[in-house]
Design a protein around this ligand. Structure first.
Ligand code: GDG
Length: 451
């Protein structure tokens, strides 16, 4: 059976570029290479008159099929409904949700156009695997065109409770559209519960699809390429950028945070929790540094610009009020590092601070653990609102809304005896080894193929 992966953006065929760097892109490409298949999605390009048929580049057994969008398509579908309405709603942020009817219909229109473009190259036995919130109505559009293939969907971000999702205009239609899939995967049991309840309340037809087993909803917690990341971190120990960064820290303890600059990640709250820690522990001033790596993301969306300003202001206030001429408490980098450098920095960090206000899974938590030295590992401080907290129970679990609690956890992590660090790390690492990215792709594809 040929595998067809569909996502908003398509990873570069030659494994270069930003999207190709992540574990997900690597894993999907490996699954495609194994089975042979197509990766379909937006080229990332905007043109005045996009062709209806996809442009296909072949590499071995994999075809990369892309279509362009118009500027209006991109603004309404991607920057608009997907990232200003669905993203905040699904991260429980009703106050940040900006709904516009024009953007909603743009989202529907682009899904229809994508479906038409894919339908033209689809073969009857293809297994179709669609990714993420940009493409919720994609299967329903394919079905309208008469496509009867097996189609699965994986939702990378949280699925909120019905009272939250129900506030999004268009939610009912989106839920009905979602029932056109054969299999819907989410990250956690909590998300699955929320989604099943929403489908049950969406009307008799939707409920019947669940009851008859025509639609299956289940949790498939995404993993990373654990062993590869572990090996990359070991290799990166003496990477020159990592070495220079560590030299700059002059043997101070390193606390690390790595997140796209996104309000779901709780970056401002994290800086303020670190501030709270320093205020409560004056003896630690001067000998610990928080390195926060936050590359810009979706900067054309106004809420992200605003976050950028809020972050700068918190950072300036904390560094100027607590720092001294020989010590800057927080180093904040807005540029992306390469994956090997990231792996090396994680390995040197005594504490991994992963405190999103809400997150589908959070792969940084997993990468931080995978990168540690088995004989002297660091400690993961993890938000209970990251999907990863369902699996990674041996981390120090915190409520990111409680800055005092996060501050206490930073203190406890820095003081944790080595044997406790090792036993927590071993349990976490074993979980990551068992449920890695290959396990995840295989489990989802098998479940879809079996349906
Ligand atoms: C969505 C869901 C879910 C970050 N900075 C740099 C860099 N990164 C890499 C990390 C990690 C990836 O980006 C981020 O993954 P996350 O899982 O943490 O978060 P999202 O981007 O929001 O992803 C999330 C995920 O989908 C998968 O299902 O876990 O909940 O929101 O791999 O390392 N990579 C490089 N330089 C950086 O500066 N190279």
């Amino acid at each position: 059976m040929r595998l067809v992966v569909v996502s908003n953006r398509v990873a570069a065929p030659d494994g270069e570029g930003k999207t190709a760097a992540g574990g997900l892109a690597v894993a999907l490409r490996a699954a495609l290479q194994q089975q042979g298949g197509i990766w379909f999605g937006w080229s990332g390009k905007v043109t005045d008159e996009p062709a209806a048929q996809p442009t296909i580049v072949r590499r071995g057994k994999v075809g990369y099929a892309v279509v362009d969008l118009t500027a209006v398509d991109r603004d309404e579908y991607y920057l608009g409904f997907a990232n200003r309405a669905l993203w905040p709603n699904m991260h429980y942020r009703l106050g940040l949700t900006q709904f516009s009817r024009a953007e909603y219909s743009g989202y529907m229109r682009v899904n229809r156009r994508f479906a038409e473009a894919l339908a033209a190259i689809l073969q009857p036995s293809d297994l179709v695997w669609v990714h993420d919130y940009h493409l919720i109505p994609f299967a329903a559009e394919l079905r309208r065109l008469g496509v009867t293939n097996r189609i699965g969907y994986f939702h990378h971000i949280p699925w909120p409770p019905i009272d939250v999702f129900g506030a999004l205009p268009g939610c009912q239609d989106l839920l009905l559209a979602l029932t056109a899939y054969d299999l819907v995967g989410v990250q956690t049991a909590r998300d699955a519960g929320n989604l099943v309840r929403a489908i049950e309340e969406a009307g008799p037809e939707a409920r019947q699809r669940l009851d008859r087993g025509a639609l299956k909803v289940a949790a498939f917690p995404i993993g990373i390429d654990t062993m590869a990341f572990h090996a990359a971190a070991l290799r990166a120990e003496d990477n020159s950028v990592v070495q220079r960064t560590m030299d700059g820290l002059a043997a101070r303890d390193l606390v690390i945070g790595v997140d796209r600059l996104d309000y779901s990640k709780g970056i401002v709250e994290r800086l303020e929790s670190f501030e709270r820690f320093l205020i409560a522990n004056p003896d630690r001033r001067g000998n610990v540094v928080l390195l926060q790596i936050s590359p810009h993301s979706r900067s054309e969306v106004p809420e992200y610009e605003q976050l950028d300003r809020q972050t700068d202001s918190a950072l300036g206030r904390i560094n100027s009020s607590l720092g001294d001429p020989s010590w800057t408490p927080i180093r904040f980098i807005k540029q992306a590092y390469t994956r090997p450098v990231l792996a090396g920095l994680y390995r040197h960090a005594a504490v991994g601070l992963v405190t999103p206000m809400r997150d589908g899974m959070n792969l940084v938590a997993k990468e931080y653990v995978a990168a540690q030295r088995p004989e002297d590992p660091g400690v993961l401080v993890l938000s209970r609102f990251a999907g990863a907290a369902e699996q990674m129970t041996e981390a120090l679990i915190v409520n990111p809304y409680d800055k005092f609690e996060v501050a206490m956890a930073i203190g406890a992590a820095l003081l944790m005896p080595k044997d406790e660090r090792i036993s927590r790390w071993q349990a976490l690492f074993e979980g990551l080894r068992r449920q890695d990215i290959t396990w995840w792709t295989r489990t989802f594809i098998d479940a879809l193929a079996r349906k």
